[in-house]
Design a protein around this ligand. Structure first.
Ligand code: F6P
Length: 319
């Protein structure tokens, strides 16, 4: 293993820079040169790359986003684009590739692995929607960003005795909403994993009102419905002024948390070590305080387990 490539693909996530820095520095420490691929798989298709050195990753550990750029490449998914990417990997002399991203990124990596390219995947997405790992890089930072907004919205919700629906990201996964609901003391979370009944939502709001609650915060996962529609329904049924906020891309940016910098650094180094040891088509994950690795295809075939315990606890504590 003399030269490796590193790319970030799909939606960016805070902590990706910490992982890139670790790949580059751990690689150089092990006498492996590192090529940064720009803009994910599009950069691989177009042959857009940059030789990384110690100073190209200086001063980035604390920055959100990804210094390599990211994209969702349709071309790479076509046979022609895929072949171009393979040709560029050969041309650049890349012996192994570290891919940082979510499910789509790993699908691309798996295809490269099957075509003979040694690959290791680092789970980087705010959604926390990968089935095999407890946490993904960026999830906790996004959660903190959501909580900051929840607290601000709660202030005004109380002042005006309103209901506020806050829509968060997550694609088809409700983890951001669920964990923000528990940590932010929301009155209710609406997530795609659990069917909701609008009458029950409204009853809960009215029961809170009867007990003197001034505000109601409903955290809605984007995969479970539309904030505007749901807030209109709630207002019509309860007669309480209901506003909505869609937090959007603020959740994807910002200074990565200590946890995301730590796991980013640990996974970046571990990815290089795996490639050096000729372990191929592996993904990294987090379980408790441990970083682990496993077969990429197996990881992708797993189904995400719904965190029922956290959901039940959120419900109990929001009575
Ligand atoms: O996967 C991360 C994510 O931020 C999702 O939560 C969201 O649905 C999606 O990406 C938005 O994607 P795009 O950057 O393509 O708008």
């Amino acid at each position: 293993m003399r030269k490796i490539g590193v790319l970030t693909s799909g939606g960016d996530a805070p902590g990706m820079n910490a992982a890139i820095r670790a790949v580059v520095r751990y690689g150089i420490y092990n006498s492996i040169s590192v090529i940064g691929i720009k803009d994910g798989y599009s950069g691989l298709v177009e042959g857009e790359s940059i030789e990384m050195n110690l100073s190209s990753v200086a001063d980035i550990i604390h920055r959100g986003g990804t210094v390599l750029g990211s994209a969702r490449s349709e071309e790479f998914q076509e046979q022609e684009g895929f072949n171009k990417a393979l040709k560029n990997i050969k041309y650049l002399g890349i012996d192994g590739l570290v891919t940082i991203g979510g499910d789509g990124t790993f699908q691309g990596a798996l295809a490269l692995g099957k075509a003979g390219v040694p690959v290791v995947g680092i789970p980087g997405t705010i959604d926390n929607d990968l089935p095999y790992t407890q946490y993904t890089l960026g999830f906790f930072t996004a959660l903190t960003t959501v909580l900051e907004s929840v607290e601000k919205i709660r202030d005004t919700s109380s002042s005006h005795s309103r209901t506020n629906v806050i829509q968060v990201m997550g694609r088809n996964c409700g983890d951001i909403a669920l964990y923000a609901g528990l940590a932010g003391g929301a009155e209710m979370v609406i997530i795609p994993e659990v069917e909701y009944n609008i009458d029950e939502v409204c009853d809960k709001i009215m029961q809170g009102r009867a007990r003197g609650k001034k505000h109601s915060i409903i955290i809605l996962a984007e995969g479970a419905g539309d904030a505007k529609d749901i807030s209109e329904l709630i207002e019509n049924k309860t007669g309480i002024t209901t506003r909505y906020s869609i937090l959007g891309y603020t959740q994807r940016g910002g200074t990565p948390s200590a946890f995301d910098r730590l796991i980013g650094s640990q996974m970046g180094a571990r990815a290089v070590r795996l490639l050096k040891e000729h372990c191929e088509s592996r993904v990294l994950g987090v379980s408790g305080n441990e970083i682990f690795d496993m077969d990429m295809e197996e990881a992708l075939s797993m189904e995400k387990k719904f965190d029922e315990t956290t959901y039940e606890l959120t419900k109990i504590l929001s009575i």
